[in-house]
Design a protein around this ligand. Structure first.
Ligand code: SAM
Length: 284
């Protein structure tokens, strides 16, 4: 089968460089060109600035991004076995592919490449959430993030109040960005197939957070509230506010409400109360 970019088929690349997938590195490779092309197109116009791809592996998605016209792709890959395959792609696309051998968790991705910067990645699932949280907290560095996660994680990212998936990750993500679920990808699209269905999500960072609050305060409030998500807030927030019931009433939140009933705006209002110094006033 000939490939549209004149590079060898991905199966041959995997065989040539002996890239048997390693579970410890979250390796599930995408070999279906229709799918990698669809992800690249979903990322929008890539002809300006730079595209950052985390975990390119043998380079299927990388090739799709370059074919789709990406001006410059910067890849960060931890598995040195993949580097020779990536260098072959770099030779086919002179000056358009930069390869960084390293750990994405230890890389300041917000400083890689010129703006507008877009992240596009089929993420290693074992570190996908910490990576996302790190990028969200520097969200203005990125124009967009088009990411593959486990479907259940995407459901949490986009979940609205009063649903079972709504939690800390939903509040933080929606405070800092507008996430949109694009499409699902079945296990059989990967080599080897993972156990779960995956989804592509597009995350558009907000120019500034949706409501004023400090990140650390919002994290404390959501941790306390969702840490005991079946309890009423007047109980679960007692560790943060001595007068939890009074604080809730003052903010027009029923003290008997549970965490999943609060909007992002209400969590931010609670976080600002924490900032205001109304700490635990209980004796002892
Ligand atoms: N992009 C390829 C594809 O779609 O076929 C591979 C995706 S695979 C799910 C995840 C990739 O992330 C693997 O190539 C793996 O080696 C790489 N990886 C795992 N941990 C990493 C880390 N900490 N930093 C950078 N890359 C990592």
């Amino acid at each position: 089968m000939s490939e549209p970019d004149a590079l060898p088929p991905l199966r041959d690349v995997i065989a040539k460089y002996d890239l048997a997938a390693k579970k410890s590195l979250g390796q599930n490779f995408l070999l279906d060109l229709n799918l990698t092309g669809r992800i690249a197109r979903a990322a929008g116009d890539l002809t300006t600035g730079s595209v950052i791809e985390i975990g390119p592996g043998p380079g299927g998605l990388t090739r799709a991004l370059l074919l789709h016209g990406a001006k410059e792709v910067i890849v960060v890959e931890r598995d040195d076995r993949c580097l020779a395959a990536l260098e072959e792609i770099a030779r086919a696309y002179p000056r358009r592919l930069r390869i960084i051998a390293g750990d994405a968790l230890a890389t300041d991705v917000a400083k890689l490449g010129p703006s507008p910067r877009r992240i596009v990645a089929n993420l290693p699932y074992n570190i996908a959430t910490p990576l996302l949280i790190g990028w969200l907290t520097q969200a203005t560095a990125f124009q967009s993030m088009t990411l593959m996660f486990q479907k259940e994680v995407v459901e949490r990212l986009v979940a609205k109040p009063r649903t079972k998936d709504y939690g800390r990750l939903s509040v933080l993500t929606q405070w800092l960005s507008e996430p949109r679920r694009l499409f699902d990808v079945p296990p059989r699209a990967f080599t080897p197939p993972p156990k779960v269905t995956s989804s592509i999500v597009q995350i558009m960072p907000r120019p500034s957070p949706a409501y004023p609050a400090r990140l650390a305060d919002l994290e404390r409030v959501t941790q306390a509230a969702f840490g005991q998500r079946r309890k009423m807030l007047r109980q679960s927030l007692r560790s943060l506010f001595g007068e939890a019931e009074a604080v809730l009433t003052e903010l027009s939140i029923p003290p008997t409400a549970r965490a999943e009933e609060l909007t992002v705006e209400q969590f931010c209002a609670l976080a600002r109360r924490l900032e205001g110094g109304v700490r635990d006033r209980r004796p002892g």
